[in-house]
Design a protein around this ligand. Structure first.
Ligand code: HEC
Length: 294
């Protein structure tokens, strides 16, 4: 196997290992970064839901109050506003889903599913926890979620306390079975944003394949540079020297010197050959002289 081929085999194996290690490290860094970014966006969405609630409570509710005497208008309810706003936002960002999941909701569409109820119960069991984030498996693939607790304040109990104390218009619209009996300061539900993991990682995958393509091109360029350097500094001078030594051994080109103007190991080898050539020439001359003398 030629020297160049041998070096190339070693380098290709080393580069493949380096490429694989870079692949693994980049993949996990990219995924962690994509998750962080998606959860940050989810946090922003939860904050924007709080903002729609505050706007509705402070600006819309007072306007609708006179009409609420005769008819219950859900548009005055901050939590309704947040859910509806998110439904519009979802048209632009269909991968994000938002729930105001509640264990005992007024509107049945807000009822917590099993996994959401687990999160709400975690908040109930750990009153100091302000946020839970995580991943869960779904039939459609893994999904990321971010959740924050919803607590009943004393003022909420006008509509969510005893059914008998709730506005008649509310009872007329929603009935008196659901969304009542909440206790002050009790965690009654959670705001939950979820995103399929595949969507969260999509952007990361694009950047990741760009980085991998860049690394592969860099390694290929590096291999070409190492090959060219090997060829010009080692392989080519060695081949020339071999050819020359062959000629000398066959008695041809005996006067042509091996000298090299370089200062490296190849030049040292050329000098050694040169000394050998001279000694050989001298020995041949002596041999020629003595054979003539005999
Ligand atoms: C004026 C009555 C009223 C008050 C006061 C009120 N709510 Fe509600 N709330 C409702 C109604 C009605 C709905 C259902 C709206 C809909 O159709 O989506 C609702 C919905 C909710 C929901 C969504 C889950 C569900 O039950 O459908 C949450 C969570 C919620 N309210 C929490 C609160 C909190 C916390 C407060 C106090 C800060 C509060 N509410 C104050 C009437 C009220």
């Amino acid at each position: 196997m030629s020297l160049l081929l041998r070096v190339n085999v070693v380098l290709v194996i080393a580069f493949a290992l380096a490429g694989w290690a870079a692949h693994e490290v980049c993949a996990s860094l990219q995924q962690a970064d994509a998750r962080r970014e998606t959860l940050a966006t989810a946090g922003l969405m939860l904050d924007s839901a709080l903002a729609s609630r505050a706007y509705t409570a402070h600006e819309i509710d007072p306007l609708l109050e006179p009409r609420m005497q005769s008819e219950f208008l859900p548009q005055s309810i901050p939590f309704y506003a947040a859910t509806q706003t998110f439904a519009s936002l979802r048209k632009l960002h269909p991968q994000f889903a938002y729930r105001e999941a509640t264990l005992n909701p007024t509107n049945p569409r807000d009822r917590a599913t099993d996994w959401q109820a687990d999160i709400i119960n975690q908040f109930r069991n750990h009153p100091s926890s302000l946020q839970i984030q995580g991943e869960r498996s779904t039939p459609m693939g893994d999904s990321l979620f971010l959740a924050r607790p919803i607590r009943a304040q004393p003022e909420c109990l006008a509509c969510h306390g005893l059914a008998s104390a709730a506005p008649a218009t509310l009872i007329a619209r929603y009935g008196n079975d659901n969304g009542f009996g909440w206790q002050p300061n009790e965690v009654i539900g959670a705001q939950i944003v979820s995103v399929p993991e595949a969507d969260a990682l999509q952007g990361a995958r694009r950047i990741f394949s760009d980085i991998m393509a860049f690394i592969i091109v860099m390694l290929a360029v590096l291999l070409a540079i190492i090959d060219a350097t090997m060829y010009w500094t080692v392989v080519r001078p060695l081949r020339q020297m071999t050819r020359h030594a062959d000629e000398v051994s066959l008695g041809r080109a005996a006067e042509e010197s091996f000298s090299s103007r370089r200062g490296d190991e190849i030049a040292a080898l050329a000098e050694a050959f040169e000394r050998m050539r001279k000694s050989l020439n001298k020995a041949m001359q002596m041999l020629g002289g003595s054979s003539r003398g005999a």
